[in-house]
Design a protein around this ligand. Structure first.
Ligand code: GAP
Length: 450
């Protein structure tokens, strides 16, 4: 069956079920800014938790960091961002819109959205000009004596400037990594692809410091490792690919980069970048700060090279939602279902009393819910017809629903319904928590066709 998903359907579901709202809506909205509602927060937290598990908790060679968003302005001079972090932009004198010069084919003309900028006779585009992507702010309450500063456009620099602290205090020897999850900000000119590209977003970055001779090997290792992470979390391999950057695409710091791309409804686009940054950053900060950022151990002394897997939380969340979105007809009605990996699903299990006004059923259901929520995110829903309640859970991707009915009062069993197969099974109520926990820990692959 053809994939039914479109960006509009994801936007509509996100809004309908409170995953993501347009930001500042009561003031007319703010382009390229979004707010995350309850299920969006839960899904986003799960993406971050799975990354942290794979990158830090399950490894001995990577430690965590949480650095400031506002760093000393010299950091960005040293890193090359003041000089080199910009987009080429063109303005249209007719429709007054601004476009990225390198992405005109993905943009829509302000007057005739069916055309790209520059395609109609009326379009009057300026020559490309370079605009720095960093948001500027000012430190200090007095305008005249304050200091210009930037909101970080990547979390990576906070890691580089802490290299010495971590190498000495955490007593790490290359190869070792420092991982960080946090907000980053870019003054992007965007083309409205929902949360794919926004002004404010979260990154999950890891800088892996290695002996220079091993950098190539580690680069290949991390491309493979990160690709597998997405597959393990259920993204269909047919919708993922690795695309090496050509020499003219490389960022100012990079010797080699490969993007992991996902087939979004807008086409193949970057989900994560893995870069071989060489000794660019440590050398630059050593030079500018006067503090040598090197590895020293007895006679051994060198500047480590860096391999960096840099992922976006919001873009990952979007890919997981897109990949999971499905529609099917069940008993003559459309069922919208998010077939999310259970480890990512915002709610793991729903407890549904079949006849809520039956006090005995309600009491049993409530007790089961209280027990389940001690170990997993659970939801109790007693409003409306049971079919409706199932649909509500399907739409937010809840993998299992437990229904308590009159039979429960006879033999203490409940029905467990599987979101994907729709299979229903009776299990003892006393085993329900263990069954949910076991299923949650099991491997999972998407039932969606390639
Ligand atoms: N430290 C390297 C770095 O920042 P990047 O490719 O510019 O590399 C890494 O960013 C990831 O951050 C991207 O693959 C993407 O997932 C995410 N990202 C970058 N800009 C973004 C934006 N404006 N909105 C949402 N996510 C973004």
């Amino acid at each position: 069956m053809a994939d039914v998903v479109t960006m509009d359907k994801i936007v509509s579901l996100s809004r309908r079920r409170g995953f993501v709202f347009p930001s500042s809506e009561i003031y007319g909205g703010l382009a390229s800014a979004y707010d995350y509602g309850h299920y969006g927060v839960l899904l986003k937290e799960n993406v971050k938790a799975r990354w942290f598990e794979a990158m830090v908790r399950e490894r001995d060679d990577i430690v965590a960091l949480d650095s400031s968003i506002i760093l000393h302005p010299k950091v960005w001079e040293a890193s090359g961002h003041v000089e080199g972090f910009h987009d080429p932009l063109v303005d249209c004198r007719t429709c007054k819109l601004r476009f990225r010069a390198d992405q005109l084919e993905h943009s829509r003309c302000g007057r005739k959205p069916s055309k790209h900028p520059g395609e109609t006779d009326e379009c009057d585009l300026t020559e490309p000009r370079h605009f720095n992507l960093m948001f500027k702010t000012r430190i200090g309450p007095v305008e005249e004596t304050g200091m210009d500063a930037y909101l970080r456009p990547e979390t990576a620099q906070g890691i580089f400037i802490n290299f010495k602290n971590v190498a000495q205090i955490a007593r790490r020897k290359p190869p070792f990594g420092i991982a960080q999850i946090g907000k980053a900000f870019r003054n992007e000119v965007t083309t409205g692809h929902f949360i794919f590209r926004t002004l404010e977003f979260e990154q999950m970055e890891m800088e892996y410091f290695v002996p220079p001779a091993e950098a190539e090997e580690w680069f290949r290792y991390w491309v493979e490792e990160r690709f597998r992470w997405y597959v393990r979390l259920g993204l269909r391999e047919s919708h993922l690919r690795v695309r090496p950057h050509g020499p003219d695409e490389l960022s100012h710091y990079s010797r080699q980069t490969s993007d992991i791309e996902y087939l979004y409804p807008i086409g193949w686009s970057e989900l994560e970048g893995i870069a071989h940054r060489g000794d660019y950053d440590l050398t630059a900060h050593s030079r500018t700060s006067g503090t040598k950022l090197e590895w020293v151990d007895g006679e051994e002394r060198y500047t480590p090279h860096v391999v960096e897997p840099a992922a976006g939380v919001n873009r990952s969340m979007l890919a997981f939602m897109v990949d999971a979105y499905d529609e099917e007809e069940v008993a003559g009605r459309l069922r919208v279902v998010l077939r999310l990996h259970p480890a990512l699903a915002p709610v793991k299990v729903a407890v549904l009393p079949l006849i809520p006004r039956n006090a005995e059923i309600a009491t049993k259901a409530r007790a089961l819910y209280e027990e389940l929520r001690r170990s997993v995110v659970a939801e109790y829903d007693d409003s409306g017809q049971i079919g409706r309640r199932y649909r509500r859970q399907d739409e937010i991707g809840t993998p299992w629903a437990l229904t308590i009915d009159e039979q429960t009062l006879v033999d203490d069993t409940v029905t467990i319904r599987d979101r994907d197969s729709l299979a229903q099974e009776r299990i003892p109520i006393s085993a329900a928590r263990a069954v949910v926990e076991d299923r949650l820990a099991a491997d999972w692959t998407s039932p969606k066709a390639d």
